[in-house]
Write a protein that binds this ligand. Structure first.
Ligand code: DAH
Length: 339
């Protein structure tokens, strides 16, 4: 019996030592220590032994079991450590690999130009207000003294939602919203998207941006308009900038004008930028038509005002010397990151 026990012990320990996986250890446990295992069956043969030898035999079996269990524990720890090391090795992270570059966004040239325009007017005490892009025909045309059948309505052909609503063709409608609701006096600019059914080319897009301006108070004259817009031009294009007003026609202003600035590239001598003229057209403006004031509930006998409209893209293109408007909408990062 003793030899048999020693043999079992050697065999078990031998198998444990050559085990390569934790699963194998479990099989060995079942084979030797399990309910039907070798040691268990030896215990069952106790009844064949003389009673006086039984305690010693029992002790021997227990000792053998303890030896096997201890070996098993050692091996288990060793195999677990090996498995962990293999896993760490397999999942190793190479910290010397170049990292993925995070792409930091930045402002679009339109946004930079708008920030600049807003900064200038806020500095002069203006408020920045929003207007609706889906606009009533009344605000986009009628209330601006452009009745049905007026040729200006054809020039600004647009996208109609239905008979009453359209995508606004100009930010000028924002003037009317403000005149109807805001307390007087008014000093505001209103930037936003406008739409016209134009074909895309280097200077046209069916969707672009304007910045509207409106001032209404007692005793506002054309001199206020000139002084304000000349100051705006100097802040935007440089101290040396001069302005020139050419008579023009807009239905909602009387008198109306277009303002040119001296070319900031050549200082007025004439270059490619200003097509040799020394001047660059920059905005439309005028004194708010008395009829427009009246329609919005403001008494033209008591109040007067001026208005202006600037194309935002035009400013961005000029300021950053971009020669094709389409570049502003293509979202090519190689282009955008230059500003
Ligand atoms: N709304 C005009 C346009 O889209 C621009 C404009 C001209 C706005 C004169 C004004 C203004 O407020 O007074 O062509």
């Amino acid at each position: 019996m003793k030899e048999r026990l020693e043999q079992i012990c050697r065999e078990a320990i031998g198998r444990i030592e050559s085990a390569k996986e934790l699963d194998t250890l479990n099989d060995i446990r079942v084979a030797f220590l399990g309910k039907k295992g070798e040691l268990t069956s030896i215990m069952k043969s106790m009844k064949d032994i003389a009673p006086e030898e039984r305690p010693a035999f029992g002790q021997m079996v227990n000792k053998t079991r303890a030896q096997i269990e201890q070996k098993m524990e050692e091996m288990k720890t060793r195999l677990a450590r090996q498995a962990r090391q293999a896993q760490l090795k397999a999942e190793v992270i190479d910290v010397t690999l170049p990292a993925k570059k995070g792409n930091l966004g930045h402002k679009h040239p339109n946004t930079i130009a708008l920030d600049e325009v807003e900064r200038i007017f806020i500095g002069m005490g203006y408020e920045v207000v929003d207007g609706p892009e889906v606009e009533k025909d009344y605000y986009n045309f009628e209330a601006l003294n452009i009745p049905d059948g007026h040729p200006a309505k054809d020039e600004q052909d647009t996208f109609y939602i239905n008979k009453e609503f359209l995508l606004r063709t100009q930010t000028s409608g924002a003037q009317v919203h403000v005149m109807e609701t805001a307390p007087l006096p008014i000093r505001m600019i209103s930037p936003g998207r406008v739409y016209r059914s134009d074909e895309v080319d280097a200077t046209h897009s069916p969707c672009f941006h304007q910045i509207e301006g409106l001032v209404i108070d007692r005793h506002i004259t054309f001199a206020d308009l000139k002084g304000t817009l000349a100051e705006f031009a100097r802040e935007l294009f440089g101290e040396e900038t001069k302005v020139k007003f050419r008579p023009h026609h807009f239905p909602f202003t009387e008198p109306s004008a277009e303002m040119d600035v001296t070319c900031f590239k050549c200082g007025g001598k004439g270059c490619r930028m200003c097509k040799g003229s020394g001047w660059i057209e920059i905005l439309g403006c005028g004194m708010v038509h008395p009829r427009v004031l009246k329609m919005s509930g403001i008494d033209p006998e008591e109040y007067s005002g001026f208005a202006f409209g600037v194309g935002l893209e035009r400013i961005a293109l000029l300021k950053y010397e971009i020669d094709d408007m389409r570049l502003l909408y293509e979202n090519d990062k190689r282009f955008l990151k230059q500003f």
